[in-house]
Every structure is written in structure tokens, then in C-alpha cells.
Design a protein around this ligand. Structure first.
Ligand SMILES: Cc1cc2nc3c(=O)[nH]c(=O)nc-3n(C[C@H](O)[C@H](O)[C@H](O)COP(=O)(O)O)c2cc1C
Length: 257
């Protein structure tokens, strides 16, 4: 299944065009990320001067020089662009932007429940809210017609001090698990992490660094390798647990401290 992740930009035309393109390309689900109307204060990015596309600074120059294959590949392959944005805003192409600046300048900070409901209606299909961390918000997601939620704190990259999604999972599954699909997002790097989340009551897991590190290190082959390792771990651990189907996973497998 194909799922598109949408940010609500200030540019309403851009929002509309992305949803229309998803319909035309027959995407199965639309996910609206709701935890990112402003960029978190990512101190590591500030220290390293990270922007996208990269800006050459004295530190980044030495970093690229130490990895010549990466640097040459970057310079001579197709130009960096954010394909969905390039026809709408200059930030989609060549303007180096920190992630925090992108969120703060481009995204619509007036995003609210009414807007989310309108997007769900416009879309008309499977609709997921990404970034839900409380029972109250999970219930509200049901009310506006969401068919799934991602329990997520954006990989801990937004609100400093927020709890881990896994720690919020049980109460959210108990409240809404029979009304929509609950996806546990964040901190998943091993098959056993997936099995723990499914045991609590999640329908699925998702992640970012899980595949992005593999992508950065080894491209498509890296992602295929990490996914095959994850699958092998899930299957091996299920055998070790004496479980033959994921619907046999339940909280009896876990002890909470
Ligand atoms: C480099 C990077 C880029 C990301 N970009 C997006 C994005 O465009 N939209 C989004 O909803 N989440 C984005 N995320 C957050 C992930 O979707 C996911 O919520 C988070 O990474 C989960 O934590 P994990 O990295 O521990 O798996 C990004 C994460 C990383 C690391």
C-alpha cells in the first residue's frame, strides 16, 4: 500500500495539489503530520550548520573532504530538489534551509482540528494523524473520521522532554484500539521492538532512522538489507516466543516496571 505524508503548508494551492496528485496516483492512505507546525530546537543541527541542500561551511567542507566518494557523488549526480515543492516555492530547490527554518517559515501554524477534518473529508479515504501522544487527542482523531493514528513524538526531534511513544501506547490502544488502527512510531530498530509494540496492542509500527541510516550508508541496497534483517528478526523472535501469527501477541508477553 502507498501512504503519502502531508504537511499543511501556508500555500493552500500547494496543499491542494499534493492531495490531488495522491488521488491521481492512487495512493491508498493519506497521513497528516500534526506535531510539527514549528521546528523543534535541534541543537545538533545548529551546531553542525546542517541545511538541506547542504551549505559549504568550514566544518562541512572538512567533513565532505574526509569522505570523497560521498562528496563527489553529491556534486555530480542529479541536483537536489524536493520534487513536490519545486514548482511552488524556491525552498523546494536550491535555497539552503535548516529543517527548523523550513517548518517555521513554510508550515501553517493555524492548523487545527477543523482543518484536519476538512483534509480528511477532501481526501475521502484512509486517513491517519501522525503525532498523537494522548488519549484525548486519540479520541478526537476518531471523532474527525481518522481511520488510523501514529502514536509518535517525531522521533524525539520536536518537543524536548516528551515521553516515548511506546510508553503512551497501552492507554491509547485501550481507549481507541477498536475504533482505528494504532501505529507505534519511533525508536523501532529491531524485530523485538515491533513484537513488543504489537503485544501492547498496536496494529503496526513505523520509523524513520530505522531505514534512513541504511539509506544514507548504502542506498537502496541498504534499505533492502535492513528490511530483510527486520523481517528475519520478527520471524525468529516469534518462533522463539512460540507464536505462529501476530494476532497471538498480547500483553501477557510483557512485564511493565
Ligand atoms: C531525517 C528525517 C526526516 C524526517 N522527515 C519527516 C517528514 O518529512 N515528515 C514526517 O512526518 N516525519 C518525518 N520524520 C519523522 C519520522 O517520520 C518518524 O516519526 C521518526 O523518525 C520516528 O523515530 P525513529 O527515527 O526513532 O524511527 C523524519 C525523521 C528523520 C530522522
Amino acid at each position: 500500500p502507498k501512504m503519502f505524508q502531508l504537511y499543511v503548508h501556508k500555500d493552500k494551492e500547494l496543499n491542494r495539489s499534493m492531495v490531488e496528485r495522491c488521488k491521481a496516483a492512487k495512493f491508498d492512505a493519506l497521513t497528516l503530520t500534526v506535531d510539527t507546525i514549528v521546528g523543534g530546537n535541534r541543537e545538533r543541527c545548529l551546531r553542525s550548520g546542517f541545511t538541506s541542500p547542504p551549505k559549504i561551511t568550514p566544518t562541512s567542507f572538512w567533513s565532505y573532504a574526509a569522505k570523497p566518494a560521498w562528496g563527489l557523488n553529491y556534486m555530480f549526480r542529479d541536483r537536489f530538489e524536493l520534487s513536490n515543492l519545486k514548482d511552488h516555492v524556491s525552498e523546494g530547490t536550491s535555497v539552503p534551509n535548516s529543517v527548523a527554518d523550513y517548518f517555521t517559515n513554510m508550515l501553517d501554524q493555524s492548523l487545527d482540528w477543523a482543518m484536519a477534518e476538512e483534509i480528511a473529508k477532501d481526501w475521502g479515504g484512509e486517513f491517519c494523524l501522525k503525532g498523537i501522544m494522548s488519549v484525548a487527542d486519540a479520541k478526537r482523531a476518531v471523532d474527525i473520521g481518522a481511520t488510523a493514528i501514529m502514536v509518535s513524538n517525531h522521533g524525539g526531534r520536536q518537543l524536548d522532554g516528551s515521553r516515548a511513544p511506546f510508553d503512551q501506547l497501552a492507554e491509547i490502544c485501550d481507549a481507541v484500539g477498536d475504533k482505528l488502527d494504532v501505529i507505534c512510531d519511533g525508536g523501532i530498530t529491531r524485530g523485538s521492538h515491533v513484537l513488543k509494540a504489537l503485544s501492547v496492542g498496536a496494529k503496526a509500527c513505523s520509523g524513520g532512522r530505522l531505514y534512513l541510516y541504511a539509506l544514507a550508508a548504502a542506498g537502496q541496497g541498504g534499505v533492502e538489507r535492513i528490511l530483510s534483517l527486520l523481517q528475519a528478526e520478527i520471524e525468529r523472535d516469534m518462533k522463539l516466543m512460540g507464536v505462529t501469527a501476530v494476532d497471538q501477541l498480547n500483553r501477557e508477553n510483557l512485564r511493565f516496571r
